[in-house]
Design a protein around this ligand. Structure first.
Ligand SMILES: *[C@@H]1O[C@H](CO)[C@@H](O)[C@H](O)[C@H]1NC(C)=O
Ligand SMILES: *[C@@H]1O[C@H](CO)[C@@H](O)[C@H](O)[C@H]1NC(C)=O
Ligand SMILES: *[C@@H]1O[C@H](CO)[C@@H](O)[C@H](O)[C@H]1NC(C)=O
Ligand SMILES: *[C@@H]1O[C@H](CO)[C@@H](O)[C@H](O)[C@H]1NC(C)=O
Ligand SMILES: *[C@@H]1O[C@H](CO)[C@@H](O)[C@H](O)[C@H]1NC(C)=O
Ligand SMILES: *[C@@H]1O[C@H](CO)[C@@H](O)[C@H](O)[C@H]1NC(C)=O
Length: 394
């Protein structure tokens, strides 16, 4: 069933104004809806990404309900001695590391020894146990994806790695070097210098069926992978020391990507295509995808708010985000949940470099409702948009 939203006739900003003045903010409404739908506590990255959005809602509202929720979710996956339940020591993949950022946030609020045990363990798993390419980049997954780095992995590992380093070994230059190396490698192999966009991943050994013979890059720009990368940049910058030469590099990587996203935004809808590189936008089978759209909205707004984005185009990013946000509240936020809850639509289930990584592959993966991989970035984008509107005083 499709409910007609009478607000869609208004301009996006008027719409936002109306919605933010109304009884419910989308940030808490969508977060509460998902909590009501039920999220099984696991240490998996989709849940950890949802937890990150709840951290932001907690930070914005100071409502203890959200903190209690996070604590109960993390308690459910940790033994009382801080070891992580059901951990398989032979399974090395960056997706396993994302939960570290959630535990670290709880540790900063309440430094319990069990959290520290879990943090030390996860950091050791990452920096000492994860296999690396000859240049030092983390394999996305061992043994399944040898010598491959995927953009997704930067979000899974680096905000945690940066926060951990900042808290426990801030003076360790080689730890910071290791973090910047991960970004440098992805930039070197995945960035298209003409469009400013990044391919989904690369294989340093050039062996994958999809690997470009020179760069090792996969063939297509997938919106969510690039969204993970953007989120990694704006979150790592929160921790990265400004005096380290890597800081300016991260800012540069972010500027280039933000410009490319501004250019790539679909003029008609205000969203972004699932497969973003030419000639695919607008092509049959391709569509405006909700997780990428939410991630870009979040990343651009945060980049502006924190002053991470620079140059004469910065002003324009607010407008880009407003248009995208208008689209999301109109098309991807559905009011057909039970008991006044919202549903989140239009998120592609997965995208992997398991096959040949071509256009047909990405566009034939099913779209699912209430995917945490799109819903969580929408909550993050909403927290940022609500702060943006407040700052603008509209
Ligand atoms: C928490 O909120 C403050 C403003 O109230 C903001 O400056 C800060 O970046 C927020 N932190 C996170 C992790 O979102
Ligand atoms: C922590 O507790 C779990 C569950 O009781 C146990 O299996 C594990 O060996 C303990 N770890 C350590 C390091 O003591
Ligand atoms: C500093 O970081 C490097 C690289 O991660 C690590 O090998 C080393 O043990 C760290 N040193 C200290 C004192 O933490
Ligand atoms: C970069 O993108 C342009 C425009 O789509 C394309 O013509 C070019 O081949 C790409 N370069 C690489 C190295 O993939
Ligand atoms: C809710 O509405 C959307 C369209 O806005 C539709 O795609 C979705 O299937 C609906 N979900 C339910 C649970 O009815
Ligand atoms: C939602 O509403 C239905 C029907 O009014 C009710 O039976 C159900 O218990 C409610 N569920 C929750 C989680 O409140």
């Amino acid at each position: 069933m499709r409910l007609i939203n009478p607000l869609i006739l208004l301009t996006p900003l008027a719409l936002l104004h109306h919605v933010s003045a109304a009884a419910q903010l989308y940030s808490t409404w969508m977060a509460d809806s998902m909590i009501a739908h039920g999220v099984t506590a696991t240490r998996w990255y989709d849940v950890a990404t949802f937890h990150r959005s709840i951290e932001m809602v907690y930070n914005a509202t100071s409502s203890p309900t959200y903190l209690k929720y996070l604590i109960s979710q993390i308690d459910a996956i940790l033994h009382t001695n801080g070891s992580i339940k059901d951990w398989d020591l032979t399974d090395h993949q960056l997706d396993n590391i994302r939960v570290g950022a959630v535990i670290l946030n709880l540790y900063t609020l309440n430094p319990l020894p069990k959290y520290k045990t879990a943090l030390d363990f996860l950091h050791d798993q990452l920096v000492n146990k994860q296999k690396r390419t000859p240049s030092g980049g983390y394999w996305h997954k061992d043994p399944k994806y040898p010598n491959q780095m995927w953009l997704d992995g930067l979000y899974m590992a680096e905000p945690f790695s940066a926060a951990y380093t900042s808290l426990f070994e801030a003076k360790n230059t080689s730890a910071w070097d290791n973090i910047i190396l991960q970004f440098d490698l992805v930039e070197k192999h995945c960035r298209n210098q003409t469009t400013g966009m990044l391919y989904h991943g690369y294989d340093e050994s050039l062996k994958a069926v999809w690997a470009d013979p020179k760069t090792g890059a996969s063939p297509r720009v997938w919106d969510r992978a690039q969204g993970w990368y953007l989120m990694a940049l704006v979150d790592v910058l929160d921790w990265f020391p400004t005096g380290h030469p890597g800081y300016a590099k991260l800012r540069g990587y972010l500027d280039t990507l933000a410009k490319a996203l501004k250019t790539a935004q679909d003029v008609k809808s205000g969203g972004w295509w699932l497969v973003m590189d030419a000639p695919y936008p607008g092509m049959e089978g391709n569509y405006i995808e909700s997780s990428g759209t939410a991630m870009y909205t979040y990343g651009l707004l945060k980049g502006v708010r924190k002053g991470y984005l620079s140059g004469d185009v910065v002003e324009g990013y607010g407008k880009v985000a407003e248009r995208a946000y208008g689209l999301m509240t109109e098309r991807f936020v559905a009011r057909n949940g039970t008991n006044g809850t919202l549903n989140w639509e239009g998120t592609v289930r997965v995208g992997s470099l398991d096959g040949n990584g071509d256009f047909k592959y990405y566009t034939t993966v099913p779209i699912v409702e209430n995917s945490l991989l799109g819903l969580s970035p929408f909550v993050m984008a909403s927290v940022e948009m609500e702060a943006y509107i407040k700052a603008k005083g509209v």
